[in-house]
Write a protein that binds this ligand. Structure first.
Ligand SMILES: [Zn+2]
Length: 222
């Protein structure tokens, strides 16, 4: 992963589905981005491990399968990107601070829901309900991703549907693009709901420096 707008690639979303949305920088609605962190199956694999979507065992299984069948790897990447854009299209209109890029392609939230649902039902078809005896809570475990080739998109879409169903909308924010932010989505879990930036050390600091520069220019010219 190379450096984009963010000096170091940060995990700030507070949910795997938001972290997925934030693999593009800046994140503008329907607009072109300078940097995409998921341009190859290898990048997707490394990112999935980094956000702890998969453990080491899953990593080897996926990596082995993808190496044997590059077509399946490309398919999984394609599915992941479709899920990423669908999650963004569904959530961005409800995120405080999100803006639509001037050159934004109008994509309906309705079709985004449909795309998400299709991916989710395919993932459900590849999931298994396995009985677990001797437990205090629940009698079965839901195993998502029984097919290593599609394990990553299957887990992501399952997480995405869970988020879409349960997200606290007052916590859903976008790093403010109009103030120099990157448009990444995150959950503001601060007690007073005061988080404005994806990361203060990142967009927050950059905006502060810019404001300071504007102030100096203003003082010089006035
Ligand atoms: Zn940001």
């Amino acid at each position: 992963m190379t450096d984009g707008l963010h000096g170091a690639f940060r995990i700030v979303g507070g949910h795997p589905a938001l972290d997925l949305v934030n693999t593009v920088s800046p994140r503008l609605r329907g607009g072109a981005s300078e940097h995409d962190y998921l341009t190859s199956p290898a990048e997707l694999l490394a990112w999935s491990r980094k956000v702890e979507l998969i453990d080491l065992r899953d990593f080897s299984a996926v990596e082995g399968t993808w190496r044997m069948a590059p077509v399946l790897a490309a398919k999984a990447l394609g599915a992941t990107l479709e899920i990423r854009e669908a999650v963004y299209d569904v959530l961005a209109p409800r995120a405080d601070g999100a803006v639509v890029a001037a050159d934004g392609v109008k994509r309906g939230a309705g079709s985004a829901f449909e795309r998400l649902m299709l991916r989710w039902s395919a993932a459900a078809a590849r999931s298994m309900l396995i009985p677990v005896p001797d437990r205090d809570r629940g009698v079965a475990e839901l195993v998502i991703g029984t097919s290593p080739a599609q394990l990553i998109p299957d887990r992501l879409v399952t997480a995405a549907v869970e988020l879409v169903r349960t997200v606290e909308l007052r916590q859903l924010r976008a790093c403010p693009v109009q103030d120099g932010g990157c448009g990444w989505l995150f959950l503001d879990r601060s007690r007073n709901g005061s988080r404005r930036w994806c990361a203060m050390e990142d967009c927050g600091t950059r905006a502060k420096i810019r404001k300071l520069g504007e102030r100096r220019r203003y003082l010089r010219t006035s």
